[in-house]
Design a protein around this ligand. Structure first.
Ligand SMILES: *Cc1c(COP(=O)(O)O)cnc(C)c1O
Length: 394
């Protein structure tokens, strides 16, 4: 019989019923250390009291009205987001991919109202991930995600990341924008250099293109800055965000400069649920928490500690781990053993939750609120899991 739940996920058996900070509790009461954080979503851990209060307070007042009316929560959050970023404006969505879709629509519309309707193509990169809609699988370019879903949405040109000459060569008379994750998450935690990202900014400026940074995964504090672009001394024109901004409540946003957004007039875009009062109450509280003076310095400090411990782990287990990658708490371990097997052993034998990525990498995406004791616990569990592979090899 076909499963009642569409079987598009290879789910593990375990189901969690409760969470507390960086820990999850399964149906059988067993405790797990969560270094997945809902794939970079639960930045404040589970059942964070401030987020619970923000949600329950709003839940008692009003859930939904639609964007036919003013939504005060959207006004407050957009004001705050534009104060603390490069952006002049933002639009709220329910997910990362919807924020990305708007970014691409906005880029095309910008060129259209600037007198360049012929410019509609977007340059994107191998190893990218932007979600699972028809346009997003075209932008991500991963053949595995495209197979059987053709024809591929037109207008996304995929090239290898890291080579500025390749980008130059790819720009044509129909190019509208360049789309990149400052750190590729899903693709294997690949960090792009400041020099390269600045090179993209310059190419956009010189050729009348918009620069889109997808910060759905790397944004909202994960690298130790509010947004990853801040490390590089440049700003994008458009920036989709999501994941951690809701701390676990589904919400995303597309941020943009006034210039980039100038084509998005009344009637050009819409959403039923996007920016609903529940989402806005949680996201506003989440943003205020990241902006507290001690929060980002804590992320930097604890990330340095974790990276240092991972360096030692590598030295201790040279036949299991190959390399540490990433920035802040968006970290990857390039593996010498199959990443999926390691993730399974860590979960089953050590009760440590990890998530795989492309290029045989495991991602470490802990909540941003972890302390040194959690880092030590995780590294001990990683080391114990590595020993399982070492003894199997003998
Ligand atoms: C997760 C992710 C998306 C898609 O977000 P959804 O909420 O799953 O639609 C887009 N871009 C990046 C970089 C992501 O990591």
């Amino acid at each position: 019989m076909f499963p009642s739940l569409l079987p598009t996920y290879n789910r593990t058996e375990v189901a969690f019923v409760r969470g507390e900070g960086p820990y999850l509790f399964a149906e059988d009461g067993q405790r797990y250390l969560d270094f997945t954080a809902g794939i970079a979503v639960n930045a404040f851990g589970h059942a964070n009291p401030r987020l619970v209060a923000a949600l329950t307070e709003q839940a008692g007042k009003l859930w939904h009205t639609s964007n036919l009316f003013r939504v005060p929560g959207q006004e407050a959050l957009s004001k705050r987001l534009t104060e603390v970023t490069f952006a002049d404006t933002c639009f709220f969505t329910n997910s990362g991919v919807e924020a990305c879709e708007l970014a691409w629509k906005m880029a095309r519309r910008y060129q259209f109202v600037s007198g360049h309707p012929e410019k509609f193509r977007i340059i994107c990169f191998e190893g990218a991930f932007h979600g699972r809609t028809m346009a997003a699988i075209a932008a991500g370019g991963n053949p595995k995600y495209l197979e059987g879903f053709g024809p591929k949405v037109e207008g996304f040109d995929t090239i290898p990341p890291g080579d500025i000459e390749a980008v130059k060569a790819a720009i044509g008379p129909e190019t509208a924008a360049i789309l990149i994750e400052p750190i590729q998450g899903e693709g294997g935690v690949r960090v792009l250099t400041s020099e390269y990202l600045k090179g993209l900014r310059k190419l956009c400026d010189d050729n009348g293109l918009l620069l889109i940074f997808d910060e759905v995964q790397c944004g909202v504090g994960r690298t130790g800055k509010l947004f990853a672009y801040e490390w590089h001394g440049i700003t994008p024109d458009i920036m989709p965000i999501a994941k951690a901004i809701g701390g676990g409540f589904p919400v995303g946003a597309c941020l943009a400069t006034a210039e980039a957004a100038k084509g998005m007039t009344a009637g050009t875009h819409g959403t039923t649920y996007g920016g609903n009062p529940l989402a806005m109450a949680v996201a506003k509280e989440a943003l205020e928490m990241v902006l507290e003076p001690d929060f980002l310095p804590h992320v930097v400090k604890i990330a340095n500690y974790l990276q240092q411990q991972l360096g030692q782990l590598l030295a201790d287990h040279p036949t299991v781990f190959e390399e540490v990658r990433g920035q802040g708490l968006l970290l990857g371990l390039k593996m010498k053993v199959p990443n999926t097997e390691f993730v399974a052993v860590a979960r089953k034998e050590q009760h440590l939750l990890l998530v795989g990525a492309g290029d045989n990498v495991i991602r470490l995406l802990p909540p941003l609120i972890i302390e040194e004791a959690h880092v030590r616990e995780a590294v001990e569990k990683l080391s114990a899991a590595a020993k399982t592979f070492e003894s199997n090899a003998k």
